[in-house]
Design a protein around this ligand. Sequence first.
Ligand code: ATP
Ligand code: MG
Length: 245
Amino acid sequence: MVFPGCEGTLYQPRQDRYPAMDLPVIQFQEVYKYYRSGADRVTALNGVSMELHRGDFVTVMGPSGGGKTTLLNCIGGLDHPDRGEIFLNGRPLARMNDSELTQIRRREIGFVFQFFNLMPTLTVRENVELPLLLAHSARAEAARVHRLLDYVGLLPRGKSFPAELSGGEMQRVAIARALVHQPSIILADEPTGNLDSDNGIRIIELMKKASVDFHTTVVLVTHNPQVARYGNRHFEIRDGNLSHP
Ligand SMILES: Nc1ncnc2c1ncn2[C@@H]1O[C@H](COP(=O)(O)OP(=O)(O)OP(=O)(O)O)[C@@H](O)[C@H]1O
Ligand SMILES: [Mg+2]
């Protein structure tokens, strides 16, 4: 079956996704998240509602402590709201057990971090392969890893170790790793925060291209207004309040 609009792209529709194709990829309904800080209560998310669709490239800005990382962690099931509901591809996260959440995190969500978080003792190729090994995936892995290394322009560096790469190259490895399961969502917490501005822009352009080629929704936190302009949707979050300026 050829999925409309995806002919000739890297995106290969997965059978398990068809029922959810028209639903928002991510939906927040009045989500609240509180933390304790000594005797005080911090409101990290203050009634956040939003809907993100397949292929959205969403940039999120806001002051330090505003709730950006909390927002990503709640989408990724790494943190749980105190009130409200989050749906991923139409399924309520709160009703998933730990093993279902682990599956979702491994297969449906790719993470990209400020400090790359590559495994220093694994080569570039092995870092990209790792999520497949963790998921015991039985698909044609070598070809897939090869294609992704080529996609991010690092095919000749497959046998290098992370310490032998520049920051921009390490982030490209992290992007290939995030894409390896063809996730419906990529969560990126300040992915350019540790790069100079030219390299940062190159990374954002690669992520933007990947969101189209892989039909993936990207939620990207940044402090840089130049990066934020790449979003087709832009949010601000301050004191846990999400706004759509
Ligand atoms: N595990 C935690 N325990 C207690 N408080 C927390 C915890 N995680 C976050 N907070 C608080 O929740 C609020 C939102 O934090 P969050 O990390 O989401 O901010 P942020 O927008 O990502 O900030 P930054 O730009 O500095 O990364 C802050 O007041 C923070 O101190
Ligand atoms: Mg943060």
